[in-house]
Design a protein around this ligand. Sequence first.
Ligand code: AVJ
Length: 326
Amino acid sequence: MSPMLRPGLMMAPPGAGDRFAMDLRDFMTRQPRQLPSRYLYDDLGSALFEAICRLPWYPLTRAELRLLEAHGREILDAGVSAAIELGPGSGAKLSALLAAAGPGRGRLDVHLVDVSGSALAQARRALEDFEDVRILTHETTYEIGLEESCRARRFPGRRLALFLGSNIGNFDPPGRDAFLRSVRAALDAGDGFLLGADLVKPERQMLLAYDDPLGVTAAFNLNLLSRINRELQGHVDLDGFTHHALWNEARSRIEMHLRSSRAQRLVIRRADLDFVMAEGEMIWTESSYKYDPPEIVSMLERSGFGVRAQWIDTIDRFALTLAEAV
Ligand code: AVJ
């Protein structure tokens, strides 16, 4: 069977490269120049992100794992028959949750939704040894994957949708609210939603998390240019750019940028782009919004959820919030 037809292991949809080219043309010509952060995650970018999660300066992943381990039983009780994780990454978070929930949990369908086929394959491997768990993968966007998962046949019981890792932080407020409402719309009343979100903390600490002394985050950011060169026949000189992270206090977000260190011409053949960047000009590649705990409660309530529990890691300031569709 061709890899295109293997269920659960589908390749990027045809035209995915064209999508990248189109988005590049659109976003790179805006003022300020920008790129959607989802393009950071090709195979190399995903591997670099996994490395970031192990950095001593990036505490989010470890803080969230501690919370999942401490409260797993309460989160994944016997009444849950389907868990749907949007953006499972390596599968480590769900695996920690399953382990913490222990044998009391009944049969479970686990739906994994991600645009990255290699992430799905890795997450599947991390989860396939759990007993009474059936794994289904959806290589598509969160919204489509969530709808597919909710339409799928299942055992009687509640669903639990999970959006972890502070991935919510990548959305700007209007996009975030629209996303939360679309999650709510796909669920039935009584279904659960578990949200992991990073909290505001001292600026110095936040900046170190996004500009680490080993330069892994810089490599993660610069890989976007290298991906453009690989996939779209770009001729972008990586030496002409530096990684730049800043705290935007007014918007409560960390921003990552690629800063042009000199005046230079950028030619990207397959996106039909040819333009000049000035010295100091930036390409905005990611926002990571940081929240306060009550803000998380109110954005969930505005979107049709009732909050059942909120756990906070006091060492690294991270919140795990368990809500219920009402
Ligand atoms: C995976 C989006 C949660 O914003 O903290 C890590 C990505 N960017 N270092 C984040 C990221 C730079 C990460 N998220």
